[in-house]
Design a protein around this ligand. Structure first.
Ligand SMILES: C=C1C[C@]23C[C@@]1(O)CC[C@H]2[C@]1(C)CCC[C@@](C)(C(=O)O)[C@H]1[C@@H]3C(=O)O
Ligand SMILES: O=C(O)CCC(=O)C(=O)O
Ligand SMILES: [Fe+2]
Length: 413
């Protein structure tokens, strides 16, 4: 557990300056060499898990689903250990369907009821579904359609947007250059969205610049989709604030001008779906995830010591709490372990919007959520600090927040 040792602001200033020193390019090189040679000579605590080392050692291998599909044996890097292997036939999770129609039209009674249901789900496992969310059906269909166009392009064209090591945006094919084992059976395209008024076309410009002029329309669809997701998440933040007793404006204001991540997940069919995983078990390090899955199904959530599925529903978004919101709520609301399984017949797609605070926002719970009975569980941090942790030091899993908090604490000692 985190025990504050300094006044909070001082601790944060100390940690951020330490972190930025740690990552100046020349020092970063030293740190990398230090990791490779394992001499541990740097005065900083070492990153806590395997992945930083894996990132150095990964043997690039190309994930080309159209080739792999015809092989009898899948490469060993894609085979997950027995204790993590997928079970495709699991019971369904009982998650509440929360109808947002009344809340979105300003009905205070409907808002109270929606916030009660949201609060109940977030204390238990952090997953719920929203219906009548006000997002245009055509926009959702277009977002899926343009995903098909993108992922069906030849590899060389998708690689125009190739994601570089240490970066979280771009096209990644199974993370073959990033990790060397437990590779996910998927391709992804991720990009940054900003709700800041000064960056109204970030998504559109990024996609057009990377992919070419002919991707103008493609960029527009995802620009609009991200904007719609950002607005929906601010509404959900009102419900979360009401349910936690801090008022509806608190978290909405915290996430205004958010700097979020949009990710397109594309899972090709796999001849051995019981040996592999599309996305490994993890808790999202981000604040709130709004997911739209196609009709195929594959999302599983670990509740009451058992994996459960969440069935697809075109009319619903799956919403879940991430580690950053768990820290903001001082542990009241749970960020829950989940994964995505693949199947042998059909490609599966999902659209994930990861709400993240603006980079200068300090993640620190409101005073109403801290008292003698509920002391601070996590140190102050900013989202870029946690993001950097997941991209350079630690492969996100079920323990990301705990490991990050301990890492920060050791750094501050
Ligand atoms: C900040 C992030 C890291 C990952 C993407 C995301 O934007 C949110 C979730 C993270 C992830 C999906 C959790 C599972 C492992 C991971 C490597 C993946 O399979 O995609 C994670 C993402 C990452 O790029 O590190
Ligand atoms: O594809 C899915 O259903 C889940 C993906 C996921 O958990 C993620 O991208 O963080
Ligand atoms: Fe996730």
């Amino acid at each position: 557990m985190f025990l504050p040792r300094f006044p909070q602001q001082a601790a944060l200033a100390f940690l951020s300056s330490h972190l930025s020193t740690y990552f100046t390019p020349s020092l970063w090189l030293l740190v990398s060499l230090d990791r490779i040679t394992n001499t541990h000579s740097m005065p900083m605590p070492q990153p806590p898990n395997q992945e930083s080392k894996e990132q150095e050692e990964a043997t690039p291998l190309v994930f080309d689903a159209s080739v792999l599909r015809h092989q009898l044996h899948i490469p060993t890097q894609f085979i997950w250990p027995d204790e993590e292997k997928a079970n495709l036939d699991v019971p369904q999770l009982l998650v509440p369907f929360i109808d947002l129609r009344g809340f979105l039209s300003g009905d205070p009674i409907a808002a109270m009821e929606a916030s009660r249901l949201v609060g109940e789900a977030c204390q238990k496992h952090g997953f719920f579904l929203v219906l009548n969310h006000g997002i245009d059906r055509q926009l959702i269909s277009d977002a899926h359609l343009f995903m098909d166009h993108f992922f069906e392009l030849p590899l060389s064209q998708k690689q125009r947007a190739q994601r570089k090591t240490g970066e979280h945006c771009g096209y990644a094919s199974s993370f073959t250059g990033r990790f060397s084992s437990k590779l996910p059976w998927k391709e992804t395209l991720s990009f940054q969205y900003s709700a800041d008024k000064n960056s109204p076309n970030l998504v559109k410009d990024y996609l057009r610049n990377k992919m070419g002029e002919e991707f103008e329309q493609f960029g527009k669809v995802y620009q609009d989709y991200c904007e719609a997701m950002s607005n929906l998440s601010l509404g959900i933040m009102e419900l979360l604030g009401m349910s936690l007793g801090v008022g509806k404006a608190y978290f909405r204001e915290f996430f205004e001008g958010n700097s979020s991540i949009m990710r397109l997940n594309y899972y090709p069919p796999c001849q051995k779906p019981d040996l592999t995983l599309g996305t490994g078990p993890h808790c999202d390090p981000t604040s709130l995830t709004i997911l739209h899955q196609d009709q195929v199904g594959g999302l599983q959530v670990f509740v009451d010591n058992e994996w459960h599925s969440i069935s697809p529903d075109f009319n619903a978004f799956v919403v879940n709490i991430g580690d950053t919101f768990m820290a903001l709520s001082n542990g009241r609301y749970k960020s829950c372990l989940h994964r995505a399984v693949v199947n042998s017949k059909t490609t599966r797609k999902s659209l994930a919007f990861f709400l993240c605070p603006r980079s200068d926002k300090v993640v620190s719970p409101p005073c109403e959520l801290v008292d003698n009975l509920s002391p601070r569980l996590y140190p102050d941090f900013t989202w870029p600090m946690l993001l950097e942790f997941t991209q350079k030091h630690y492969r996100a899993d079920m323990k990301t927040l705990e490991t990050f908090a301990n890492w920060l604490q050791r750094k501050s000692n």
